[in-house]
Each structure stands twice: as C-alpha cells, then as structure tokens.
Design a protein around this ligand. Structure first.
Ligand code: PLP
Length: 434
C-alpha cells in the first residue's frame, strides 16, 4: 500500500515511511492511495468472524504488499486483543464500549496497533527506534501501554509536571521497561516544543533513530475502522439501517468510520457529536470552516479548536459540502446538557456513561427526533466513566466501580526524570545515555 499527502497527491511514500515518519514534510496528512473494498460476501457473513479475524481481513486488504500473512496475523492478535461489546439502552439504542483496553480509552486500539506495526516495519534495522511523545494526559497513557515491551522500541514520554491527574501520571510513570517518563517543569506546549526541536536536531538524530507517536499517524487511524465492523456485526441481524454517533475532538475516530464505509460497511449516517468546541458541526451546517481557540469542558478529550483530521475529511469529500452532508450530521452540546444526559441515562437505563459518551447519546437523541425513519443507533463510549470519576459520581449521586487495572496503579511507585523546560537539558540527558 502506498500513501499520499493531503497537500500533494504526487508526494507518494511507502508504508514504512508513512508510519515511521508520521507526517509528510509538507505538513499534510498521509492517506491510503486506494481504499480496498471488502467483498459483500465477507460483510454479509460478518457474524461468522471474531473481532480479531475482522481486523485481520481489513489489515490484509491494506497491508498485503508490505507484510506477510503471518506478520499481519501477529500484528492483529497482539493489538486487537480486548473486546468491543455493545450495551443495550433500548431496543434501537446501543453503546459501543471502546474502553476495555489497558488505558481504558478507545485510543488503546490505535496505540497498540501502531506499536506492533512500527516494530514489524523496524525489524530489519538493528538500531533501536526511539519514540518521542508529548502528552497533556490521555494520549500518553495509551501510548505507554501500547508500546510496553515492544521489541526494538523505546518510548520517551514528556508531560508537564503537576498538570496531569494523579492516575494519568501513574499511567505514564509506573510501567518501567522500555517506557521512560520525563517530567517537564513547564507546560504541555513546552513539552511539545522540546519534541519538535529534537526532530530537527542533527546531532541528536545522528545518535538516535527518532519517530513520533503522533495521533494523526495513519497507523493509528487504520485500526479504528475495525470496531465499526465489529459493532455492525452485533446488530446486523435486525435488518435496520445503522447510524453511528461519534463523540469527536480531532475527528480521527470519525474519519476511520468514513473509511469503514468506503471499505463497504453499509452505514446509513455518521453523527459528528461535539461539546461547545463545535467547529465541525458549524461547518456541516454553514460550509464555513472556522478553527478557533479551544474552550475547556467536562468532556475535555474533545476540547479541540482546529480538528487535525479535517484535512483528511476534506480529501475524502473533495471539499464538497453536499458530499459531507450526505454522510454526516453534526450536533453539539454544553456541559449542563451533558450532565443532564449522564443523569438521564443512569436513571432511565441504569447505565453509567462518561461525559464524552453522554455527548454522543444527546446527538443520537436529537437525530432520532428529527428523523421519521426507524434505525439502530450505536453510540461510541470512548472512555471508561472511572477516568472522569469526580464529575460522574457527582452527577449520578453514587459511587462507581474503578477497574482493577486503573485502581491498582495508585499504589505503584512513580519513576520520572525531572527536567527543565529548556531543550538543552533534554538533549544533554539524551546524549549522555548514548
Ligand atoms: C481522544 C478522545 C476523543 C476524541 O477522539 P478524536 O478521534 O480526536 O475525535 C473522544 N473521547 C475520548 C475519551 C478521547 O480520549
């Protein structure tokens, strides 16, 4: 499979370059040159396949020129190894639980698959690959868990000291092994600036093979298409149109859904659900794309003012508003709406949902009210509610269970390297190690 840059269709690279480079030099995003269509026979028989087998079929259609069957099999079995079950709210409304991975967020799918794929692509190089990643909290946890013990790869995570939650910090600093945490005396922007300078530093690049675990890496997008098929499989016996509601920030998750449809998944509509950071819902209504500074909300993983995957969506729909509107509809909600929805879902269905999933629920409800047709809606629950413990317990007025893999972290010992926000500090630490 070859990939092109959304900024220049003639800039074509192979899989290894797209994945290890992460971003094209022209600041576009990599897109697969063709989207293979899965056979209608496969789609009609989805229920005969396990989640891992579905991942394998899709991966094979994309990667067969680059990897052997057995490599693709190992890639899928090492990364798509936790379930994506549906919880039923009522007979036409389902919650797709994407939080059964190690860091309790849907980002685990992308991070694990990317880690495994990088490891395979790096197999012929005897030099270690060093992944640098700056995090404001959540991404770092998924990346750390995803890359843990991956052969040939070390991960350096930079996070702002005192600015991530207690359990987020534990997710970054307690794994050990090939995961190393830098606690930066500064802000998230300082962390990001250090990472950017490192990639441009010739001396450092002589000593290290550096790569990025950036969220817009195509290797993180591909696996996010798998669970759309897995979810569809679980409701297809109902023979009703299927609509997905996707709580969105950078729109990687939703873009993967659009790709799933290109691969042949018969999805009726995608609902772009956001909080007050509503650049995309506004665009879908008016045709005007107006990025703006983000505002803080209780669904903070969606506090994005300039969604990075918009470039991919523009590419897919060839910047044609009507094509966008045919497949997507946008809704946005504020924090009060979101809290009311969390309470409603708890009281009415006995289900505990996190603030991001609650936004998806509201969007589904709004769409259902505007539509005469019968359909099944599937709401992405992008994180486990215990990751947002304070607001969830306060809203539902009850204690909730914290999964063992999160609660057990609180007793673990934190290990981090404290550095200043000056790039030179980081650089000299790195050079001293080599
Ligand atoms: C990252 C994240 C989102 C947003 O996903 P995008 O792919 O950036 O749109 C939504 N919910 C949670 C919990 C997240 O961590």
């Amino acid at each position: 499979m070859k990939f092109y840059s959304t900024n220049n269709k003639n800039h074509i690279v192979d899989l290894k370059t797209a994945v290890l480079e992460s971003l094209p030099p022209d600041n576009g995003l990599y897109m697969p040159e063709t989207t293979p269509k899965l056979s209608s026979n496969f789609i009609s028989k989805l229920s005969n396949f396990s989640f891992e087998e579905i991942a394998f079929e899709i991966s094979r259609s994309l990667l067969k020129e680059d990897l052997s069957e057995s490599e693709i099999l190992t890639l899928c079995s090492n990364s798509i190894n936790f379930p994506a079950p549906l919880a039923e709210l009522d007979d036409v409304t389902f919650v797709l639980e994407l939080f059964h991975g190690p860091s309790l967020a849907f980002k685990d799918f992308g991070a694990r698959y990317m880690a495994q794929l990088m490891s395979v692509l790096n197999r012929e190089d005897d030099r270690q690959l060093t992944i640098l990643v700056a995090t404001s909290g959540d991404t770092g946890g998924a990346v750390a868990a995803g890359f843990l013990n991956t052969p040939g790869i070390n991960v350096h995570i930079l996070y702002p000291s005192g600015k991530v939650s207690f359990l987020q910090e534990k997710q970054l600093t307690t794994l050990g092994g090939n995961i190393h945490a830098f606690e930066v005396d500064g802000t998230f922007d300082d962390c990001q600036s250090i990472v950017k300078q490192a990639f441009l530093d010739t001396e450092l690049n002589k000593n290290y093979r550096l790569s990025s675990a950036n969220s817009i890496n195509i290797a993180r997008l591909i696996p996010q298409s798998f669970y759309y098929f897995e979810a569809y499989k679980q409701v297809m016996h109902r023979s009703l149109p299927v609509v997905f509601s996707v709580p969105s920030g950078n729109f990687g998750n939703l873009t993967a859904g659009i790709l799933a449809k290109r691969m042949g998944l018969p999805v009726e509509k995608y609902i772009a659900a956001t909080n007050i950071n509503k650049v995309i819902p506004d665009f879908l209504e008016t045709g005007l794309y107006q990025p703006r500074p983000s505002k803080a909300t209780i669904s903070n993983a969606m506090d994005v003012g300039a969604p990075s995957n918009f470039a991919r969506m523009q590419d897919i729909y060839q910047s044609d508003l009507q094509s966008f509107q045919k497949e997507l509809i946008g809704y946005w909600f504020n924090d009060d709406d979101t809290k009311a929805a969390m309470k409603e879902i708890y009281d009415q269905y006995g289900y505990v949902i996190d603030p991001h999933g609650a936004v998806g629920y509201l969007a589904t409800k709004a769409y259902r009210e505007s539509s005469k047709d019968q359909f099944i809606s599937i709401i992405h629950e992008t994180a486990h509610p215990s990751k947002f413990l304070d607001v969830v317990e306060q809203v539902i007025g009850n204690k909730i269970d914290i999964p063992e893999r999160l609660s057990s972290l609180s007793g673990k010992e934190k290990k981090s390297t404290v550095i200043s926000s000056k790039y030179e500090d980081f650089k000299s630490w790195m050079l001293a190690q080599n």
